[in-house]
Ligand binder design. Structure first.
Ligand code: C5J
Length: 226
């Protein structure tokens, strides 16, 4: 049975959760960003900052699926011939090893490579859409908007990494397209805790200029109460 509407505590004010009109959108929980030995760690980042989101995401995804609701997943990455990789993105960082090169888990951020795939803990179930995106935002050059509109989804529960990059970019894109967004603070993270805090603050500022922020236990409680 599908969960009914309820009011969820959130900032900057309570959020009316209508699950049947929502998609859970889990952004870029990919091995190269989260796993020890991956591209993220190779760049000197502390992956434990991201890994603390795995368990809250796992619990939320399990409850969401059990309620018969729509979960969607994204992956940042490029075609093997790199024809969708802007030269400016390839060059950025001036790293010796960059996108498309051989990394610790196959070619870095290339579709089909081990490091590009989603971590096993949050692996998409059969039938759950996976959006392969060449940019930071999940709407840019993808069919995400079309899939949401066809399913009459008007609200996104946004989780994933990193808060200030792909999560924020996606929320801003969604906002301009007329979707309501609520970001789950414990299910998102940055390699830099101060950027995570700032990324959430920017979403809920000025009366919720881009949307709402809550934590997953509030959504779990709402799903549980039916
Ligand atoms: C980054 C992402 N940080 N998924 N990607 O490059 O946020």
């Amino acid at each position: 049975m599908q969960a009914k509407s309820s009011t969820v505590p959130a900032e900057p004010y309570p959020f009316e959760l209508r699950p049947a009109e929502c998609a859970l959108l889990i952004i870029d929980m990919q091995r190269d960003f989260l796993e020890p030995g991956g591209f993220g760690e190779m760049l000197g980042n502390d992956v434990s900052q991201l890994r603390r989101t795995i368990e809250p995401n796992r619990r939320l995804l399990a409850a969401w699926r059990a309620a018969g609701l729509l979960a969607m997943h994204t992956r940042e990455g490029h075609r093997p011939d790199l024809s969708d990789l802007p030269p400016s993105k390839k060059a950025r960082g001036r790293s010796k090893t960059s996108i498309g090169d051989k990394g610790p888990m196959g070619r870095i951020l290339v579709r089909g490579e081990a490091g590009h795939d989603i971590i096993p803990e949050l692996y998409p179930a059969a039938g759950e859409p996976v959006i392969d995106k060449p940019g930071k935002g999940a709407f840019y050059q993808t069919d995400l908007e079309l899939m949401l509109k066809n399913r009459e989804i008007d609200t996104l529960l946004v989780c994933g990494v990193t808060t200030e990059v792909c999560v924020n970019t996606t929320v801003r894109e969604a906002n301009d397209r007329g979707f309501r967004c609520i970001v789950l603070s414990d299910c998102c993270a940055s390699y830099f805790p101060e950027f995570h805090a700032a990324g959430l603050a920017m979403i809920k500022a000025q009366g919720g200029i881009f949307g709402w922020v809550t934590a997953s236990p509030h959504v779990l409680a709402a799903l549980d109460s039916h």
